[in-house]
Ligand binder design. Structure first.
Ligand SMILES: Nc1ncnc2c1ncn2[C@@H]1O[C@H](COP(=O)(O)OP(=O)(O)OP(=O)(O)O)[C@@H](O)[C@H]1O
Ligand SMILES: [Mg+2]
Length: 313
């Protein structure tokens, strides 16, 4: 898994001119060896890397370069967070993995994406679902005119393991999301934002995935509901063994629930490390968690020259 990195993946050296976090990143990031990742997961054994994104570049409309060499890996059994502000490239990265860029005139023009060692760039999204990778899109995207239960059942359409197994998984989804059971006959379009997010995650679970690519689950939800949804994600990870690659702007909540994080800025990974280390990193605290020695402040309020000075020091 480390071949790309060892070969000098872009994460190793932020390009000159770009505001990068090289110095800080080196401080938080020991070499990502498998045994080291084992410690990350509180003793849970991580035997393999599922997803490996190597130095990818994505271009929209043949001219707009959005991802400029992104590398990341998702270990089996982990929750990996992909963090960054508006337009950083989080959704684009997830769509590159699940092959959803073509409909937006986007294309992976460099690098490679492998799942369990197999190149997946030429697979269709439904092939990928059969391999165990499913994406929950940003903004939920439930079928509004179907009921909650019909939405959930659409997630099982690629399965060939029989009605009994599907019915058992529907019960499993209702166990994790009791609200969905209460609303199962309601038209999805009339359910709340939180219920729609649960419905979208539940529908993904119905495909019996090994890995869920979850895009911005906190979007537009009240803080209490965000906690509830992240708590369920953690349970699914620990009890059902589902691995997650989670794109989030909400750095605070994501770093509390994830094991490992990557921070994207302007289409590049500028920092990565175990979530606990990122939470303690002064730059992450100041620019992403809104806390510094001088008290709370917004990332937007900080002049870029100050950021640059700090990162280069
Ligand atoms: N279909 C598209 N065509 C052209 N540019 C696009 C397209 N989709 C996204 N972009 C651009 O790519 C960049 C990254 O967008 P992306 O949606 O991946 O960011 P993000 O990190 O998910 O942001 P957010 O947190 O706002 O969802 C942005 O500058 C965006 O304008
Ligand atoms: Mg996005």
């Amino acid at each position: 898994m480390d071949a790309g990195r060892a070969a000098g993946g872009i994460n190793e050296s932020p390009p000159g001119g770009e505001v990068g976090l090289g110095a800080s990143r080196r401080a938080v990031r020991p070499p990502p060896r498998p045994e080291w990742r084992c410690e990350l997961l509180d003793g849970a054994k991580v035997e393999e890397t599922l997803l490996e994104v190597n130095n990818i570049e994505v271009i929209y409309n043949h001219v707009i370069l959005v991802l400029k060499g992104v590398s990341l890996s998702v270990p089996k059994g982990g929750i990996t967070a992909l963090l960054g502000g508006n337009g950083a490239g989080k959704t684009t990265t997830l769509k590159a993995v699940s092959n959803l860029l073509h409909s937006e005139r986007g294309e992976v023009t460099k690098g490679s994406i492998e799942y369990r060692g197999r190149r997946v760039q030429d697979l269709t999204p439904s092939d990928l679902v059969k391999m165990g990778v499913v994406q929950v899109m940003e903004g939920r995207h439930c079928f509004e005119h179907l009921t909650v239960e019909e939405n959930l059942m659409t997630g099982a359409y690629t399965r060939r393991d029989g009605a009994g197994a599907v019915a058992a998984d529907l019960e499993m989804v209702y166990n994790y999301f009791p609200r969905l059971k209460e609303r199962r006959k309601s038209q999805a379009g009339y359910t709340s934002g939180g219920e729609q997010q649960m419905c979208a995650i539940g529908r993904a679970l119905m495909s019996k995935p090994e890995t869920i690519l979850l895009d911005e689950p906190s979007m537009g939800l009240a803080p209490q509901l965000v906690e509830e949804i992240f708590g369920i994600v953690k349970d699914l990870n620990e009890k059902e063994g589902v691995s997650f690659l989670l794109a989030e702007q909400n750095t605070n909540v994501a770093l509390r629930f994830a094991h490992y994080g990557y921070i994207l800025e302007n289409g590049r990974v500028v920092m990565d490390g175990p979530a606990a280390d990122l939470r303690e990193n002064p730059d992450v605290k100041e620019f992403y968690l809104g806390v510094s020695e001088e008290g709370r402040k917004s990332f937007r309020d900080v002049r870029s020259y100050r950021r640059r000075k700090r990162w280069l020091s």
